[in-house]
Design a protein around this ligand. Structure first.
Ligand SMILES: [Zn+2]
Ligand SMILES: [Zn+2]
Length: 479
């Protein structure tokens, strides 16, 4: 059957405002719709006008859930009750009809031009035409799945009659000569199945990344598995790996702090979810996907063991994730995991401004507070490093929040590392702020460019620098 489509010009379509291309070979299949409301035209003479009115509704403000109107009528193709097929967005263009951006990327949309009020089943003229449109999509490379719109959204679309039609076996759109696709069934879950699912879902079916071990023709059961796993993953919602990544994007997006749990290639859906979150929580800066995934040279992390001769002013000797894993793996007083992460984030940021290695600074905090377990580190005191804690009853500084506490700690350590009058403006400001909290005798300024100078000055303990080294090296070993 050679199917002729009524062209856009023939049914009087308006030009689209914008076109998003989508290669049919990246699709898992076709989603089937009906009009629901409005109902079918009373005779074929009215079908073109009906399409024009649906296009006008989709492109009007509020159409398809947009603010200023959709870019075009939502579907790729339509079939009217009289058995005529129409080009709407057509082949090779992404639909806007399927209800989620993921489903729009993964399925074409074909609509039957009837609805709830018609009270009649889908006509005998329409069914074979719908089947042929589906086959044409498959010939252009779309996968074999045909899903009711409600599969993605839980709606009743495309109505009870077409839903029944979709469930017929063998499928009405499968040609006889293709019904013989056989797979060896000695092993019912072939080795490549999960590679296939992962490629479809996590790598957006990028043709360049298709796993070599996946056979050219994949049986429909494997496509079905991918579609069901996709549904499950969507229902389960945001996972820690996504949230870790989103938080990192928002907070620093520095390569050296990239969460290890994040996949090497970030799926398109993550970028979209992040954009939506940023819209929901207005006023935050928008994440931009790097234009090209140009591999940057890895940030050099100094991996030599920490010794008392290690300088305080240095690039980070450990990543945020590494330090975080250590802090969270041990008890941390009355602080929740999230609070600990936030405190660490403040350290990372403040140390970056100060030019201090956060590994040494946090190791000192761990030593001084027993990993945030000490009396002085708990709210309302929040003293991170025994500042002003002399052993005299009641002596010691309290901080109303951790920002102030960390700045006081980092600034004070900077004063030990830098001689008076030296440093950048940012460093001098931090020092000034910290020494207002507790003054520092002049003979201690710049006395400790390396860890060893802290022994006998910050603390009376002769082994003070060795103990910080021990913790710092343990943090890195745990990674
Ligand atoms: Zn629908
Ligand atoms: Zn018609």
């Amino acid at each position: 059957m050679a199917l002729e489509f009524v062209s856009r010009a023939e049914w009087g379509a308006k030009a689209p405002r914008q076109v998003t291309k989508r290669d049919p070979s990246t699709l898992s299949g076709v989603a089937l719709h009906w009009f629901g409301k409005p109902s079918a035209a009373s005779s074929h003479d009215g079908c073109a006008a009906l399409l024009r009115s649906v296009q006008a509704a989709h492109m009007a403000p509020g159409g398809l859930g947009t603010v200023s109107g959709a870019s075009d009528i939502a579907y790729n193709h339509a079939v009217c009750p009289h058995g005529v097929a129409y080009t709407l967005r057509g082949f090779g263009v992404q639909t806007g009809a399927n209800g989620t951006s993921r489903a729009n990327r993964e399925y074409a949309a074909v609509v039957y031009m009837g609805g709830e009020k018609d009270g009649t089943p889908v006509t005998d003229e329409a069914r074979p035409v719908i089947a042929e449109v589906i086959r044409l999509w498959q010939k252009k490379g779309a996968g074999p799945l045909v899903k009711p719109h409600g599969f993605f959204t839980g709606s009743t679309c495309p109505g009870p009659d077409l839903r029944k039609w979709l469930e017929l076996t063998p499928h009405p759109w499968v040609l006889d000569q293709h019904r013989t696709l056989q797979v060896a069934v000695e092993d019912e879950t072939p080795d490549w199945l999960m590679d296939f699912v992962h490629w479809r879902l996590a790598e957006d079916a990028d043709p360049k990344r298709r796993p070599k071990q996946v056979p050219k023709r994949v049986p429909e059961s494997a496509w079905e598995t991918a579609a069901q796993v996709d549904r499950i993953a969507n229902l389960m919602g945001p996972q820690d790996t996504f949230l870790d990544w989103a938080e990192w994007r928002r907070q620093s997006a520095k390569k050296s702090e990239r969460p290890r749990s994040a996949p090497a290639t970030i799926p398109q859906s993550w970028w979209e979810a992040l954009k939506r979150l940023e819209k929901i929580f207005k006023g935050v800066k928008t994440a931009t996907k790097p234009a090209t995934a140009r591999p940057k040279p890895p940030v050099a992390v100094d991996t030599r063991p920490v010794t008392p001769q290690s300088t305080l002013l240095a690039k980070p000797r450990a990543t945020r994730k590494t330090i975080e894993r250590y802090l969270l793996s041990r008890r941390h007083g009355g602080y929740s995991d999230d609070e600990v992460k936030k405190i660490l984030g403040t350290y990372m940021e403040t140390c970056r401004a100060a030019g201090l290695d956060p590994l040494l600074v946090v190791s000192q905090m761990v030593l001084e507070t027993g990993n945030l377990m000490s009396h002085w580190s708990q709210p309302p005191r929040r003293n991170p490093a025994g500042i002003g804690v002399t052993g005299q009853p009641g002596a010691g500084k309290s901080f109303t929040n951790w920002d102030k506490a960390v700045r006081a700690h980092v600034g004070r350590l900077l004063a030990y590392a830098l001689p008076a009058g030296e440093g950048t403006e940012a460093q001098r400001k931090l020092i000034e702020e910290a020494l207002k909290v507790r003054p520092l005798p002049a003979d201690r300024r710049g006395r400790s460019p390396t860890l060893e100078g802290l022994a006998g000055s910050w603390a009376t303990d002769e082994k003070y620098a060795d103990k910080i080294c021990g913790i710092a090296n343990e943090i890195r070993q745990r990674a």
